[in-house]
Every structure is written in structure tokens, then in C-alpha cells.
Ligand binder design. Structure first.
Ligand code: ADP
Ligand code: MG
Length: 457
């Protein structure tokens, strides 16, 4: 059983990035309505017949890819005119709100579809990502045990997902029949939960097992989300062993190295470290410029070099954010009545843009520590000291959390700043508050208030 609303909303997030421009996303994609599932395809309704045709003709491939990568159970999407909805709905038995049964037979045709434009060719190589790039390329060229598993890690928006898709595209090109499964870790976890819930007798998670063990290559994206999920870790452990023993490839990505993933079982951690670990660092300015130039070329944007430099100087470590600014500037030009995208357009379009990064340049650990102390009315000596009463421990943990959120500095450095604590203490405090921010309103309010104060200083 699958929930089409949540699949479509996750596909929309991807489409917002993948569509050739934000205008085409706004005009054609955003208002499509998920109707039901038919023949394992997600049925989407458009407001007119001609819109439906236009979308099918121009964007069906990109929609298919994003839908499939949001749910491994679907094989694509079809866009219909809203007036035809009934025809599709009548074929389909709706169960609960937004839940649809799908034809189970076809779900074992397992192999992911990869985003076409995420290739090795479209990946700009610089000093910061050279190692990860070479490792990914090597992993997609030899099928044996070498570099198995491959563990790629690096911050948000630095190209991990791009490299995984590049591996997929590359292997598929050489061997179209290869069974390659690309799964975001959250999907892995959700499927496991669904399979357990739907199975009548306890050991009936067979379908789940079969799906994950019958592949040549398994790629799990963002494995830091395994943190705190012991069931998923257990399932992955067994899957890992099976695949590894039969010489199948395992490729993992994470925003941090294995040893920094909190509450990851030791046996899984050591397995993650068996093969090759490659990191991606934030790109230097030359690489950022090269990436933007490539992007502009890919999207047929006519953008002056000065503009590219202007943007590359403003965003240092999130390529997705940088691409977003480029799209925004290009989108703005016609609104300002300009035919070419020059530096004035860029200045105007990005007038109010002060990236989180630009802000954080003005912020250091001392500022955060002082702000936390002022807010909770305690002294710095207390904050970084050894007292264990709640009035002190909570601000201390919030302070650690905020430093990890706002500044990009190693955990051990934070430990030193916080009175000589070791990196696991810092990691635990960070994860504990990260969890509480989601569940305890009082903590969330503290964090927001302190954060606002920090940014106002
Ligand atoms: P992550 O998975 O690490 O958060 P993504 O792989 O989603 O990051 O990358 C974010 C965006 O930046 C994507 O559009 C991707 O194509 C682009 N990108 C990242 N690194 C590069 C690179 N070296 N060359 C070209 N594009 C890149
Ligand atoms: Mg990613």
C-alpha cells in the first residue's frame, strides 16, 4: 500500500531542483494533482487537456525519474486532463485516505532509474572532490571486491547524490541489465516498517529481504539517518553481509564519517569502514565558478561571467544553494525588462540575499557561548564547567548544538572550546538536542530564541 500524496510531495521537492527552470516548475509542475496509481504509474491531473499534453511531451522523463526515485514501487507517472480523472479512479480501489493498493507483481522488477543529468561528465572536479570523484568512478568500473563498500561523505549540497546517480548511469550505460538499487535511507527505513506492519507472521518480511538482496549494486543515500534506528541497522547489517559475501557492490553516502554517526551499531560501523572512505570538501572559488559555468551551459542560460563570479563569491559550501541563486538571477532578468543577465540584474535579484553562510562568517563560537550565557543568565565558567544540574546542563547542550549547527568546525575543536570535553560528548549533546528540538516545544523555543539573538548581534 502506498501513499500517493507523500510520494508526490517528495517528487515535487526533487522536481523543484531538476526542472530546467523555476518558471517551468511553477507553471507546469507545481499544480499537478496526484489522483491515483494505475498500472504502477502515478496518475497526475493537469487543469487542461493541452497542459497535460505539453507536460507529457516535454517533461515526462524528468517526472518519471523523480517519481521513481521517491518510491521504488512505482515505474513512472502519467499526466492526464483533470476531466478524465473518473476513468482512472474507477479502475482503482481506494482504501484509506490517499492510500492505494498497487500491483505487487511488478514490484520485483527492481532497478532504479537515475537522474540523467547527474553524470560523471557533468560533475566538475576540483581539489575538494577529486578523491571522491575518482573513487566513485573506480567503483563503477570494476565490479569486484575492490573498494567495497565505498563510503562517500561530505556536507549538504556537495554532490554526494550526484555521484551516486553518476555511478548508476555509468554502470547502466555499460550494462543495461545490471540491477542497481538506489535508495534514500529514509525510504529504506519506511519500507522496512511497512513490510513489518503488513506481514502476518513475524518472519514475513521476505519481500523486503528479496528486494534488497537480489541486486548487483545497492546504493544507500544519507545513511546518517540510520542513527537511532536499530531495526533498520539490523536489517541493513544482514543485507550487507549477504551482498558482500556474494561479491555485490555496496555504496553508501553520509553527511559525516562512520565514526561520527551517533548510535550506529559497532558491527555496522566497522563494515562501513571495510572498504574505501572518501570525503568531499567544500569547493574552492575556482571550482565553484567552473560548476556555475557548466550549469549555465547545461541550462542554456546566457549569463555574464561577472555574474557567475558574483554568485560564487557569495556561497561557499552548498552547491545546491549556489545553483538556486543562479536560477533566481536568470528568472529575474525578464522581470526587470533585461534581455541579458548582467551584474546589475544579479545585484537587484540578490539584494536581500544574505546567506546563512555569509551571516555565519560574522559569528564565532565565543559569540554563541556569550549569547547562550546571557540568555540563560549563567556565567561562562558555569557553562563550560563540570556542574551537572539541569539549569546548567541544558544550556550547555543547547550551546553545543547551536555551535554544531551554525559553525562548520570539528567536534573535537568544539570539545576544547567547551572546557575540554571529548568529541563523543559533543556528538551526544548535539544529537540529543536535535531530537528534542523536534519533540519538545520548550527546547525548540529556546533554540529559536537564542538563534535569533545570535543573528541580531
Ligand atoms: P548532496 O547529496 O551532497 O547534498 P547533491 O548531489 O544533491 O548534494 O548536489 C547538489 C547540487 O549541486 C546538484 O544539483 C549537483 O548536480 C550539484 N553539484 C554538486 N557538486 C557538483 C560538482 N562537482 N559539479 C557539478 N555539479 C555539482
Ligand atoms: Mg543528497
Amino acid at each position: 500500500m502506498i501513499n500517493i500524496n507523500s510520494i508526490w510531495s517528495s517528487a515535487l521537492d526533487k522536481l523543484a531542483v531538476e526542472m530546467p527552470s523555476s518558471v517551468s516548475f511553477e507553471v507546469w509542475i507545481k499544480n499537478l494533482e496526484p489522483v491515483c496509481v494505475s498500472d504502477n504509474k502515478l496518475v497526475l491531473a493537469a487543469y487542461s487537456a493541452s497542459a497535460a499534453r505539453h507536460i507529457e511531451k516535454n517533461y515526462s522523463e524528468i517526472i518519471d525519474t523523480c517519481v521513481v526515485s521517491s518510491s521504488g514501487m512505482l515505474t513512472g507517472a502519467i499526466v492526464i486532463f483533470a476531466d478524465d480523472k473518473e476513468k482512472y479512479l474507477s479502475k482503482q480501489e481506494e482504501t484509506l485516505d490517499g492510500q492505494f493498493l498497487i500491483n505487487e507483481k511488478e514490484t520485483d522488477a527492481i532497478s532504479s532509474t537515475f537522474i540523467k543529468k547527474y553524470t560523471f561528465d557533468s560533475f566538475v572536479v576540483g581539489q575538494s572532490n577529486n578523491f571522491a570523484y575518482s573513487a566513485a568512478l573506480a567503483a563503477s568500473e570494476n565490479s569486484g571486491e575492490k573498494y567495497n563498500p565505498l563510503f562517500l561523505y561530505g556536507g549538504v549540497g556537495l554532490g554526494k547524490t550526484h555521484l551516486l546517480h553518476a555511478i548508476g548511469n555509468h554502470i547502466k550505460e555499460k550494462n543495461p541489465r545490471a540491477k542497481i538499487l538506489y535508495v534514500p535511507t529514509e525510504q529504506f527505513t519506511n519500507e522496512l516498517i511497512t513490510s513489518i506492519r503488513n506481514s502476518k507472521d513475524k518472519d514475513m518480511t521476505v519481500e523486503f529481504r528479496e528486494k534488497y538482496r537480489n541486486v548487483d549494486v545497492l546504493m544507500l543515500d544519507d545513511v546518517q539517518f540510520l542513527s537511532g534506528k536499530s531495526g533498520s541497522q539490523e536489517a541493513l547489517f544482514h543485507t550487507f553481509n549477504d551482498l558482500y559475501q556474494s561479491g555485490k557492490k555496496i555504496i553508501l553516502s553520509s553527511d559525516r564519517p562512520p565514526k561520527e554517526i551517533a548510535t550506529l551499531s559497532e558491527r555496522l560501523r566497522t563494515r562501513f569502514e571495510w572498504g574505501l572512505i572518501a570525503d568531499i570538501q567544500a569547493p574552492d572559488i575556482e571550482t565553484r565558478i567552473a560548476i556555475l559555468q557548466k550549469k549555465a551551459q547545461q541550462e542554456n542560460y546566457l549569463v555574464e561571467n561577472e555574474v557567475i563570479k558574483f554568485i560564487a563569491e557569495r556561497v561557499e559550501s552548498n552547491i545546491r544553494e549556489m545553483e538556486g541563486l543562479l536560477a533566481k538571477v536568470v528568472f529575474y532578468a525578464p522581470l526587470l525588462g533585461k534581455t541579458s543577465v548582467d551584474i546589475n540584474v544579479a545585484r537587484e535579484a540578490l539584494r536581500d540575499y544574505v546567506g546563512a553562510e555569509a551571516k555565519s562568517h560574522l559569528i564565532d563560537a565565543d559569540l554563541i557561548i556569550d549569547t547562550v550565557c546571557d540568555f540563560f543568565k549563567i556565567t561562562k565558567a558555569e557553562l563550560i564547567g563540570k556542574k551537572r544540574n539541569k539549569e546548567i546542563v541544558e544550556p550547555r547542550m543547547i550551546c553545543i548544538y547551536l555551535i554544531t549547527e551554525i559553525l562548520n568546525i570539528p567536534l573535537q575543536t568544539i570539545g576544547d572550546l567547551m572546557g575540554g570535553r571529548d568529541h563523543t560528548t559533543i556528538m551526544n549533546a548535539r544529537d540529543k538536542i536535535a531530537e528534542k528540538v523536534k519533540t519538545v516545544k520548550r527546547i525548540k523555543d529556546y533554540v529559536t530564541d537564542v538563534e535569533n539573538l545570535i543573528y541580531q548581534r
